[in-house]
Ligand binder design. Structure first.
Ligand code: PA5
Length: 464
């Protein structure tokens, strides 16, 4: 399903910059502890997202039945969510469907609606979306685990009012909620107002929720085989439960990054060589950053750890960022992500044979070109002594994608265990959310407001 080639992280390829087998072996006691903790946490219900590939039979049926019932009624499916409630739906749709999916006819979309994801509160974006939507033919999916995120709930409030003005009592059939079973405002509203609702299981946090109804419902509305997504994830999960560290690519990915971090590699670059995987980098960036960027470890010690994820795209960013990756500081691990078989082939015509600098391209496919460029970038990074590794998918399809998503989730959780931090909280994000509430004078946030009022005032002399 997925190959992890980490040759170019190692001493044999990189020389002094590389990791030796001894470096990995020396970590084995820590790796064993982290492996045991992964099992204990799963058994104690602290990693319920790992059960999602196995325990959603009824949910899948419910989702598919609902999609069948609604798809002929609507032309657009709009996700209202942010962070973990938006990045996954975007990444999966982009990976599996036609890159210009929304521009296809409904027939070519096999009767499924267009997908829009509104993951910001930029006023222009929402107004412009209203300009193109026919509200009578649109279904809005409000996704919020906490049920209280200002961005998502404010979008919902605007849309609910518009729908009710236009459609009266029928408005409620144009809203479907995905939220926690009991926590937060959204579930209360959904129950009171009778919205169709899908539940995010309680032990499944935002950025680990793509394989719950958060991601499954939008994917199913785009005609994506959600059972295959789950089946792919199940294969990765089985590896975790049954195989040793040496045969677990996700654990190895985490270990290599952990060693890299201890050698000052504070940046994690994700560079797929496939447009279909471009948004996987966005999804990964949130997963890696929000899970591993922490001030305290689990013992309460200030550690200020984490790697900054950087999104790149091959071959595009060879003409933008790769100069820095090869010749800049030794502060990155670059993950190249390749595909063995693309879904299409296109051949460059054999013209301009008399011009050597163009003629060599004649008869070559774009498939060969992009794959060769990937190999060439890998080479340039390696001779420059820059840590890099390659993830290869045989093809991009729902099953391999499910495997890939779960691979990164497991790798992130395992990295968290190695780093001895809590990969599942996000106090830094909460701080920003709370400050917003305080600035708006939300009841209950008076102390935070006082704190904000005493912050150092900005000096005019530093504003030019
Ligand atoms: O991973 C996370 O927990 C966050 O990114 C959340 O997904 C994001 O803040 C949105 O939260 P919610 O789904 O509660 O609206």
């Amino acid at each position: 399903m997925l190959k992890l080639d980490y040759n170019n992280m190692m001493y044999e390829s990189l020389g002094a910059q590389g990791i030796t087998q001894n470096d990995i072996d020396n970590l084995l006691p820590k790796i064993d502890t982290a492996t045991a903790t992964m099992t204990i946490k799963l058994e104690e219900g602290k990693m319920d997202w790992r059960n999602l590939p196995f325990n959603q039979e009824d949910i899948v049926k419910d989702i598919l039945a609902y999609v069948e019932e609604m798809k002929t009624e609507i032309d657009a499916f709009v996700v209202l969510g942010i962070g973990g409630s938006a990045l996954g739906p975007m990444a999966v749709q982009q990976a599996i469907n036609h890159p210009y999916y929304n521009e296809l006819s409904k027939e070519d979309r096999k009767g499924f609606p267009k997908l829009y994801v509104v993951d910001n509160v930029d006023p222009e974006r929402l107004v412009y979306l209203f300009n193109i939507l026919d509200m009578k033919k649109t279904l809005f999916n409000v996704i919020s685990k906490s049920g209280s995120t200002s961005e998502t709930m404010s979008q919902f409030m605007i849309i609910k009012e518009r729908l009710e003005k236009q459609l009266g009592k029928n408005a409620k059939n144009h809203i479907v909620c995905t939220t926690d079973k009991e926590k937060g405002n959204l579930i209360t509203i959904a129950k009171n107002e009778g919205y169709k609702t899908f539940i995010i299981p309680s032990g499944v946090g935002g950025r680990f929720s793509e394989l719950s109804p958060v991601g499954l419902l939008p994917a199913a509305f785009c005609g994506i085989d959600i059972q295959a997504l789950l089946d792919g994830a199940a294969e990765m999960e089985k590896i975790c439960r049954e195989k040793t560290f040496k045969n677990n690519s996700a654990y190895m990915y985490a270990v290599l990054h952990y060693i890299g971090m201890h050698r000052g590699k504070n940046i994690s670059v994700m560079m797929p060589y496939a447009d279909s995987l471009k948004y996987i980098s966005d999804w990964y960036a949130q997963l890696w950053a929000e899970s591993l960027g922490k001030k305290y470890d689990i013992h309460g010690k200030v550690v200020n750890v984490g790697q900054t994820p950087v999104k790149a795209l091959g071959a595009t960013d060879q003409h933008s960022q790769v100069q820095l990756y090869t010749e800049g500081p030794f502060d990155k691990i670059i993950v190249l992500m390749g595909v063995e078989e693309y879904r299409e082939t296109i051949t460059i015509p054999k013209i301009y044979g008399d011009m050597p600098s163009l003629g060599f391209l004649g008869g070559v496919t774009h498939n060969q070109l992009i794959q060769t460029e990937q190999v060439a970038t890998e080479y340039a990074l390696t001779v420059a002594g820059k840590m890099n590794m390659t993830i290869t998918l045989p093809h991009v399809n729902p099953k391999t994608l499910g495997f890939l998503l779960h691979f990164f989730e497991i790798a992130t959780a395992f990295a968290g265990e190695l780093m001895e931090i809590d990969a599942f909280d996000q106090p830094g994000v909460e701080e920003g959310k709370n400050a917003t509430y305080a600035l708006f004078g939300r009841p209950g946030y008076e102390e935070k407001k006082k704190e904000l009022d005493t912050r150092t005032p900005k000096e005019e002399k530093y504003i030019i």
